[in-house]
Write a protein that binds this ligand. Sequence first.
Ligand code: BTN
Length: 237
Amino acid sequence: MEIIHLSEINSTNDYAKELAKEGKRNFVVLADKQNNGKGRWGRVWYSDEGGLYFSIVLDSKKYNPKVVNLLVPICIIETLKNYVDKELGIKFPNDIMVKVNGSYKKLGGILTELTDDYMIIGIGINVNNQIRNEIREIAISLKEITGKEIDKVEVFNDFLKTFESYLEKLKNKEIDDYEILKKYKKYSITIGKIVKIFLSNNEVITGKVYDIDFDGVILGTEKGIERIPSGICIHVR
Ligand code: BTN
């Protein structure tokens, strides 16, 4: 995959989108810092120097976006496993969490933007960046966990290698969609938990997560089984 490396940009997702609109596919935009990093649901993604910020553009007709959405957090976990000696997990739908002193903190996030023609997968990982005070309770960096500076280009290359190798295996049918789902569930820290799901229409649903599939979570609530598509859910607590 072609890599476009920029020293700074507003958002790698936005930059990638401009190129995607012109028909460009199969490339990655990597930036050393973002001045207007975007998180899910219109939130800000602090993107100070030292963190890893990149966006991958794929043809959404060539790859199943629902499978790619599960695959990306798997590849992040499998990459980061080699850098931290702590439990890593995926919080539904795709927050990358690490367990430190008994509680989970966010190490990375994914913002996917999808059209019928292309998908932009934006990934942010806290590698050496200083975590801002306002999010210190909920977020952490690799450097803070390990006490040392990590080569973020190496982390990026490891991730890309893992991701491309899975894509190749999917293409060659050496691995199928259900094996990806199974791996996702293995890394999920949400299955089996009692959660509060905040929906985009301001509704809050409480229940136990029985299962996760390609479309979202299956929740056992007072009213019975409810299916919550990942697209309508703001966050899980
Ligand atoms: C989240 O809210 O958890 C998703 C965060 C995604 C951040 C990444 S950083 C690279 C890419 N460019 C952006 O503006 N956002 C994503």
